[in-house]
Ligand binder design. Structure first.
Ligand code: SF4
Length: 300
């Protein structure tokens, strides 16, 4: 169980990944700023700490965008560690800013770092991650290598695979070379299970993932748990599930509609949509304004 601490507003990011579950990046940037004010986050954390009845396994810095873009990230990690010395802190990052020593120093304060790297080839990197113009895959990988050299904690590297984007043999070969330089403790392979930022994407099949992993030929590789496993692990609330179902029964809604109506975080809503879609209780339809969720229509 992890408490997500969202330090970036939707949707400020250094990448605009085609598969992003949060939606299209509206501010594509590498400028580090106090996008959400330190005082505001600390006030909310204090409020949460007062009513916290059980320590989460991790306090996880993430965001509706890239958390290392928040220029006060180091202060925020220190604050959580002062208030909750016994609970570990994790940072979920796309890793593109790790070439900056200041970012590396901030992220090093965490106990677990989960950066991503979907491709080590410039062409595939541009296609799948649609980076801010100044970013290059070379600097990206070098940043991860430099971070590994300085950071003694655990690094779990996530690779998001998408057929037609980053699963060719040359992608696997260059990724292998990059991973051998970086030396993460674990590589986690993930693929699509929610609509991405653009239409027409599909998840990699089990067979495609297996053959990609075979080509990678690396140790410490795992496939991120399928939906049913996640359902067992998350704190699943049936009243929340009912609220989402009732909302989309009234009228089909986008992810954004549901988050606004129910006042929930986008990542949290996504977890429930995963389970409901996997159970065949809801379906997604693509329309002009985006992807809409509605109750599944039973076959006649
Ligand atoms: S998936 Fe992560 S890195 Fe990619 S656009 Fe979305 S928030 Fe940014």
């Amino acid at each position: 169980m992890s408490l997500g601490i969202d330090v970036i507003p939707k949707k400020v990011c250094s990448l605009d990944c085609v598969y992003c579950e949060v939606g299209e990046t509206t501010k594509l940037t590498v400028d580090r700023r106090e996008y959400v004010l330190y005082d505001r986050i600390v006030a909310e954390l204090d409020q949460y700490f007062q009513t916290e009845d059980r320590l989460p396994d991790y306090y996880t810095f993430s965001g509706s965008g890239e958390p290392t873009l928040n220029s006060r990230l180091a202060d925020l990690i220190r604050y959580v560690k002062e208030r909750r010395p016994s609970a570990p802190v994790a940072v979920l990052t796309n890793g593109t800013l790790l070439h900056d020593p200041e970012v590396r120093a901030a992220v090093s304060l965490a106990d677990l770092v989960l950066p991503s790297l979907d491709s080590a080839r410039e062409e595939s990197f541009r296609a799948i991650n649609r980076p801010e113009a100044s970013l290059s895959v070379q600097a990206y990988v070098d940043g991860l290598v430099a971070f590994r050299a300085e950071y003694p904690g655990k690094i779990y590297l996530e690779v998001f695979v998408l057929p037609g984007y980053n699963m060719a043999d040359e992608d696997a070969d260059s990724l292998r070379a990059a991973v051998l330089r970086i030396g993460p403790d674990l590589i986690q392979i993930n693929t699509l299970d929610r609509p991405g930022a653009i239409p027409g994407l599909r998840a990699a099949t089990e067979r495609e993932i297996d053959s990609f992993i075979h080509r990678l030929n690396l140790s410490h590789v795992e496939i991120i748990a399928p939906v049913q496993e996640r359902k067992k692990n998350m704190s699943y609330r049936h009243d929340t599930e009912s609220a989402i179902l009732e909302t989309i029964q009234r009228r089909p809604c986008t992810l954004e509609d549901i988050t606004k109506i129910l006042g929930m975080h986008v990542n949290e809503v996504n977890k429930y949509l995963d389970v409901l879609e996997n159970d065949g209780r809801i379906e997604v339809v693509s329309q002009e304004r985006g992807f809409f969720y509605r109750p599944a229509r039973k076959e006649a």
